[in-house]
Design a protein around this ligand. Sequence first.
Ligand code: HEC
Ligand code: HEC
Ligand code: HEC
Ligand code: HEC
Ligand code: HEC
Ligand code: HEC
Ligand code: HEC
Ligand code: HEC
Ligand code: HEC
Ligand code: HEC
Length: 472
Amino acid sequence: MGMTKKTWLWLFWLLGSVALGLYLLAALLGKGDEAVLMPGPLSDGHHQLVEACDACHVDRFGDGEVLQQACVDCHGEVRRKPLDSHPAAKFKDPRNADRLEKINALACVTCHTEHRPEITHKNGLTQPRDICFHCHADVAEERPSHQGMAFDTCANSGCHNYHDNRALYTNFLIKHLDEPEVLAPATLPPREFATVLAELADYPRDRFPVQPLTRDAMDAPADHRGDEKLQRDWLETAHARAGVNCSACHLVPVAEDQAPQWQDHPGMAGCSQCHDLEVARFQQGKHGMRLKSGLPALQPQQARLPMRPDAGHASLTCNSCHGAHRYDVASAAVESCLACHADEHSLAYKDSPHYALWQQEQADELPPGSGVSCASCHMPRIDFDVSEWMSRTMVEHNQSAVQSPNSKMIRPACNHCHGLGFSLDALADTALIERNFAGKPTQHVESMALAKADKERRDKERGGDDAGMFGF
Ligand code: HEC
Ligand code: HEC
Ligand code: HEC
Ligand code: HEC
Ligand code: HEC
Ligand code: HEC
Ligand code: HEC
Ligand code: HEC
Ligand code: HEC
Ligand code: HEC
């Protein structure tokens, strides 16, 4: 029985489809070439995930609901009150259901889709900037001060953010009215890991009792003891003083089901026994996000921001800033950053008054905490709830957490040293940011004045009410 032309065509089509399917499957499962399947490049926030399509497409191109869960898994922690002014919970409230008919604020992708550079604005917004109009069309009636303002100005620097308004809400502004440019004293809160150590329940003090170690106590195998400098670096610094022996970092399991083995170049697994918060936060920001998705560490050559050409292949790990074995925190805060970053703002830092303060602090000419390093702003010392009953000051190792919108820097950084009005003005001045804050702000944000007028109006109304009540 011979085959008809139609059958041939049919077979041909079938084979073709199978081949195409296999190609697509291989591209999806294999690493490296997935990018060709993207409808367009990823946004600045996510470009590092180009080898991990499944970070968002959980179900290998599942539907929107699956994507939503991926967004929430990585970002959910901060999308709640009081960190977020428009959390999902607000729109699940039946009283706000009518607003969802205009725009579905429950789905992240409504306002942040991917692969569409032509409609992607700063901070990954893929809606027009006057999006606030949908739900706040009558704001001018409720707030006479907002009469005549255009909706694309709501989210200008120093006014409002969609998500994080912690440094911008009216009562906060009122609380900080009329503050001077520079507060006294102008210092950061001290770091306190060493002082709260005794209260940290998970600290492995049974294996590494907190007591100074001598050279004789060194527990590394004889052929892995390094040179004189290595041993001196360890002996003279925080770890040996606090009982952290060689094995604490070096004797770690290679795989989950294996017994610990000495490694000459250990990764973060050792650190996380004692610094789990730093490790976890590091992986939430742009420096560590690849590790969280199971990808190799970020290299400066993959960056979209300008980097020093000689930094190209350095992998971003804890060691990038804290070289073993001194674990220095001062060089970590400035010099390490400048070994990679080479944009105008970073390069301008050393000409700023902030750097002069930093040098004076390092020379003991100013009290601890008076200097302003890159880390003072980008990795601020924050109060973090370690557990339900304990909060401690820690260094924010997610350097993206206070990055954008930049008003997030005000409370954990600027406000230790500057008044709110001055901080708002400085952060609204993009040219000043580019010069790394060498000079006074040339922008002026109206928020403080509006809040003041609002307060005076309310005081007067209240005064009027009182008079009405008692003035008969
Ligand atoms: C940061 C999250 C994220 C990553 C990573 C990501 N995508 Fe997407 N992708 C999205 C979003 C969001 C959409 C739009 C979905 C929507 O609008 O419902 C999308 C849409 C798509 C679409 C169009 C699907 C459709 O329904 O039209 C394709 C194809 C796609 N992505 C491929 C890829 C590939 C291939 C990779 C990896 C190289 C990748 N994506 C990585 C978030 C991501
Ligand atoms: C694997 C974790 C991960 C997933 C999944 C993920 N993100 Fe992100 N996203 C990040 C990190 C890390 C950053 C960069 C740091 C930052 O801005 O917080 C970021 C940045 C962003 C930004 C700011 C972009 C910019 O240009 O500054 C937006 C908006 C955003 N993500 C929304 C989403 C949405 C919507 C989804 C779901 C489609 C999603 N993310 C999925 C980790 C993730
Ligand atoms: C999908 C609807 C929706 C959109 C879009 C929207 N909002 Fe809102 N917003 C609300 C609701 C609901 C509230 C709660 C107060 C109310 O009922 O007016 C609110 C409250 C606020 C508040 C008061 C904050 C607080 O903590 O109580 C500010 C400020 C605000 N929005 C600013 C904005 C800005 C700026 C935009 C645009 C970038 C925007 N909103 C877009 C629905 C929306
Ligand atoms: C109705 C629109 C809207 C929805 C829905 C929305 N966002 Fe946003 N988002 C914005 C706007 C506007 C900005 C720009 C900066 C700002 O005002 O905070 C932004 C900025 C961001 C940023 C960068 C700045 C920051 O605050 O970290 C991230 C990350 C982000 N959104 C994540 C999410 C995630 C995750 C979801 C879903 C849980 C989501 N957004 C839902 C409007 C929205
Ligand atoms: C706080 C963690 C930590 C402690 C404690 C520590 N190390 Fe290390 N050590 C590291 C890390 C991380 C590296 C890898 C550095 C790299 O890859 O560049 C390393 C590298 C080494 C190397 C190989 C690097 C080289 O120069 O050849 C030797 C040998 C070594 N350590 C010995 C020791 C000895 C001996 C001690 C105790 C006196 C010790 N370490 C204590 C974290 C530690
Ligand atoms: C067995 C617990 C333990 C391990 C493992 C450990 N550390 Fe530490 N680390 C400590 C203690 C305790 C201190 C505080 C010492 C002090 O200031 O008295 C400390 C302090 C530090 C400091 C601050 C130093 C200073 O001068 O203030 C840095 C940075 C640091 N560790 C980084 C790391 C890194 C990176 C790793 C992994 C390579 C690591 N540590 C592994 C216990 C540990
Ligand atoms: C080993 C190189 C390296 C070191 C060291 C380093 N960075 Fe980065 N940094 C990067 C790379 C690469 C990126 C990602 C840029 C991109 O995605 O385009 C980045 C991103 C950033 C961002 C942007 C965050 C965002 O969400 O947009 C900031 C801010 C930053 N680094 C500050 C610092 C500071 C402050 C230090 C020192 C305390 C530092 N970096 C040390 C390589 C480095
Ligand atoms: C981008 C640079 C950078 C990277 C990467 C980095 N750190 Fe740090 N780390 C710093 C700076 C800067 C300080 C000190 C900040 C200060 O004094 O306010 C610090 C402080 C610390 C401290 C002392 C905290 C305290 O509260 O006293 C520990 C512990 C620490 N880092 C651990 C780690 C671990 C573990 C990793 C890897 C997951 C890591 N660091 C990665 C820059 C970095
Ligand atoms: C006084 C606070 C302050 C100091 C000090 C500071 N920065 Fe910044 N940095 C900012 C602000 C504010 C922005 C802008 C954030 C925004 O609006 O997106 C920024 C932006 C950045 C960016 C992102 C640039 C871009 O084009 O997106 C990098 C990278 C960065 N800083 C690194 C550094 C490094 C490295 C140092 C030290 C050499 C440093 N910064 C010192 C406040 C500071
Ligand atoms: C640890 C304290 C401290 C922190 C944190 C700090 N500053 Fe400053 N800053 C100062 C002091 C003190 C001066 C005055 C220096 C002088 O006059 O020599 C100053 C000066 C300035 C100037 C004026 C520079 C000039 O040339 O006159 C600007 C602008 C500025 N800071 C902005 C900021 C912003 C924005 C932030 C937060 C992102 C910030 N600073 C964080 C202490 C700090």
